[in-house]
Design a protein around this ligand. Structure first.
Ligand SMILES: *Cc1c(COP(=O)(O)O)cnc(C)c1O
Length: 511
């Protein structure tokens, strides 16, 4: 139905949906005009009746899906050929046109870059509301939101941007309470529902928030919720005027690809098919949860209680952190270990990262919180995930724990040996001295089953020390260990030990 495909078409314009490559033409089903007109992305394009119908149908079917997924009072929606972050930018810019003198966006912290950057890209100023830590999970500080609105003046606040779907241990924002405040103080409330369509919990929150208070727009990703390639987002609204403001803010036409992908996917799934996907996801979530609880028990960790987050689950790496000598690098390596073994999508959060985005610095980035008490790992049961995915992940997670436990414990043993050394070395401060040294290659010199003399070490030690303070040298022919009677200052010994790289050098006695 698009003019470029009419047999008698004579295109004499500058944009006639011509294809040079047949492969490209076929990839787009001979639709080349895209969607929208220069002034409004939702408008019908006379040259392209087919593409326009496709776009309109997709919007209608999608609206239906949003309603049956839980937000039954949605008035309209717009499938945009930009991802979620850009769809948020567009929404913010439309709002800005309606309220030109306001510039602040109140944003309960969620550690995801694109949604924060959408505020900056729209030329607005974010007011970050830190979360509250409660029983291990992180929730919205509703009181601070209200305080911000009052302190800055509601006329200066462009909107509040809350988030539903997020990584545990954060839970969805307290949407209803925020919505009530927004209604009371006449402030626009937009919801970042990035991957929330797949969670009845997130959708229910939006529906309820709109019922008891104010929600203007909620934005979601097409790829995260409908298993299509990245490239689209859905802006849904409770007010058609606002929705058309947003569609008119989009400059020019747009690619029809994301719309077509969603159209095909929704038609092929059907309502029943999509509902089945939603149900399957819930089962996989429960399965992931119980599997992670088992792993947690095995390794002395715990699954953070975030029942309100029905997608993402966090398991602590507290004990692992202790075993790895309280080394955050080891925690990062734990994540790399999984990634290298084809586990994708898990996030290891050390809680130590600092991130600068535009004018803002976030401490403890990744954790949605400045000082979350323990490092942890998150995994999600997102739409399309299977039990097989979970089984494979759990197997590799077990492997990772085992690997790090083994190495961690080995190092601890080494260290505990070293720590006796260390404890003695602390005495160095008191001016103590050493009067006997043993050279051997074994961790435990008393075990002379077959020690190999570390000659290099001994030589180095000789070289550096020149045996100034050595009184006697004994060689044990059987064990091949060397014992030295020496009188050496503890501090000096430490330096020599370092210089001669003698890991197998043991102090025998201190005075
Ligand atoms: C995915 C996501 C976004 C947007 O990402 P896009 O790449 O722009 O689709 C924003 N916020 C959250 C919480 C997300 O998960």
């Amino acid at each position: 139905m698009d003019s470029n495909n009419f047999p008698d078409n004579c295109g004499v314009g500058e944009r006639e949906a011509r294809f040079s490559s047949t492969l490209v033409a076929e990839r787009h089903f001979f639709f080349g005009h895209g969607i929208g007109r220069s002034g409004d992305i939702a408008e019908v394009q006379p040259k392209a009746a087919g593409s326009s119908i496709l776009a309109k149908l997709t919007n209608s079917i999608t609206l239906d899906i949003l309603k049956l997924s839980g937000v039954s009072s949605t008035k309209g929606c717009l499938v945009l050929p930009v991802a979620t972050g850009m769809a948020l930018v567009l929404t913010l810019l439309a709002l800005k046109q309606m309220k030109p003198c306001s510039k602040y966006v109140i944003w309960p912290r969620i550690d995801q870059k694109s949604c924060f950057k959408s505020i900056l890209t729209a030329g607005l100023v974010p007011l970050v509301v830190e979360n509250i830590l409660k029983n291990g999970h992180l929730e919205t500080d509703v009181e601070s939101i209200e305080k911000y609105i009052i302190d800055y003046g509601s006329e200066n606040i462009l909107c509040v941007m809350t988030t539903t779907s997020c990584f545990a241990p954060r839970i969805p924002d307290r949407l209803e309470e925020v919505a009530i405040i927004c209604k009371k103080l006449s402030v626009v409330h937009i919801v970042n529902n990035a991957y929330g369509v797949q969670s009845s919990k997130c959708m229910h929150l939006i529906q309820q928030a709109n019922r008891v208070g104010r929600v203007d727009v909620f934005v979601q990703s097409t790829d995260k919720n409908f298993m299509v390639p990245v490239g689209g987002a859905i802006v849904a609204a409770f007010d058609m005027n606002l929705l058309s403001k947003i569609s008119r803010t989009y400059p020019g036409r747009a690619s029809a690809s994301p719309v077509t992908d969603l159209f095909i996917t929704l038609l092929s799934l059907g309502v029943e098919g999509y509902k089945k996907c939603l149900e399957d996801r819930k089962i996989v979530y429960e399965y992931l949860l119980s599997s992670l609880q088992e792993v947690a028990k095995l390794y002395n960790e715990s699954v953070v209680e975030t029942r309100q987050n029905q997608i993402s689950i966090a398991i602590t790496l507290k004990h692992l952190y202790d075993i790895c000598g309280n080394d955050y690098n080891k925690i990062s390596e734990f994540g790399s270990f999984l990634f290298k073994r084809s586990v994708s999508g898990t996030r290891v959060v050390t809680t130590q990262e600092e991130k600068v985005i535009g004018p803002n610095t976030f401490c403890g980035w990744g954790a949605h919180y400045n000082n979350y008490p323990t490092p942890y790992l998150t995994a999600a049961a997102a739409l399309g995930a299977t039990k097989t995915d979970v089984d494979r992940f759990i197997k590799k997670l077990n492997k990772a724990f085992k690997h790090f436990y083994k190495n961690g414990l080995m190092n601890l043993q080494k260290e505990s040996h070293g720590s006796s050394l260390n404890s003695r070395e602390t005495m160095c401060n008191e001016g103590s001295s050493i009067n006997s040294l043993t050279f051997c290659n074994k961790m435990d010199c008393s075990d002379s089953s077959n020690p190999v003399l570390d000659k290099t070490c001994f030589k180095n030690f000789q070289k550096f020390n020149k045996f100034d303070s050595v009184k006697n040298v004994f060689k044990n022919d059987a064990s091949k260990n060397i014992f030295i009677d020496i009188n050496i200052d503890c501090k000096k010994f430490q330096r020599l030990k370092k210089a001669s790289s003698c890991p197998s050098l043991h102090m025998e006695k201190l005075h």
